[in-house]
Design a binder for this molecule. Structure first.
Ligand code: SAM
Length: 220
């Protein structure tokens, strides 16, 4: 395997692929500079950890593309006091980024093996304000709700009602909505009991599978 200077590769990724493509939030850029993406990917992909693309993490799933994760997190307009839920936390990378930015993070992942591996990573990194559990995130996380922000890292035909109900007043939900092949990133905001939707452009995610998502046997 090639020897990679991960620190240098991380700095370059932040300048070129995030700041260079319009991500402006300084705390967010700093979070990307401080979270080692290489530990969130399998060993045989580590030399590509700072390519701006999704990479396999096992169970047919992928770690989020850094630019897309940054776009979604920036759209959520987070405050340090916020409590945030990520549905589809996969490798735990986005949970680790969020944990640098807000007071408390909850990650829920459908594959138990990914959930337990990601929880171990967070512990190794000394992240103490986040927890990850295995389960169906389309049903939300009622015991921890309400959330000021929810990020859905898998694609759905429509935003799951359970998640909208777990949004605090003023809360924001970032979610890829569309068909299994192609989606658009939507930002939904709950104000005075109503939901306003902003459209943030095209994207492509693995499917959200669960009670309020797609069915596993539909081969998507
Ligand atoms: N942010 C994660 C990362 O960087 O590793 C993204 C992982 S991947 C793009 C999306 C994840 O959503 C997959 O790991 C998949 O298993 C998970 N997923 C799909 N449906 C789910 C559901 N109903 N509840 C929880 N996780 C789900």
């Amino acid at each position: 395997m090639k020897t990679v200077d991960f620190e240098a590769a991380r700095r370059l990724m932040v300048e070129r692929d995030l700041a260079g493509r319009g991500i402006r939030s300084l705390p967010l850029l700093e979070a990307f500079r401080s979270v080692p993406r290489e530990i969130f990917v399998p060993e045989n992909y580590r030399d590509r950890a700072y390519a701006d693309c999704p990479l396999p993490i096992g169970e047919g799933q992928t770690i989020s593309q850094p630019y897309m994760a940054a776009l979604m997190i920036e759209a959520l307009d987070l405050k340090a006091s916020d409590r945030v839920l990520e549905v589809g936390s996969g490798s735990g990378y986005v949970v680790a980024l969020l944990a640098r930015l807000v007071s408390r993070v909850y990650g829920i992942e459908r594959h138990p093996s990914l959930a337990s591996e990601s929880a171990v990573r967070l512990e190794r990194l000394g992240v103490s304000n986040a927890e990850i559990r295995a389960g169906d995130g389309t049903r939300g996380w009622p015991e921890a709700a309400p959330f000021q922000a929810i990020l859905v890292s898998a694609a759905t035909g429509r935003p799951p009602r359970a998640l909208l109900e777990e949004l605090d007043e003023g809360g924001r939900l970032a979610v890829p909505v569309g068909t299994p092949e192609l989606q658009e990133l939507q930002l939904l905001r709950r104000t005075a009991g109503r939901i306003r939707t902003e459209h943030l452009g095209g994207c492509r995610f693995v499917p959200l599978i669960g009670e309020n998502g797609w069915e596993p046997e539909s081969n998507i």
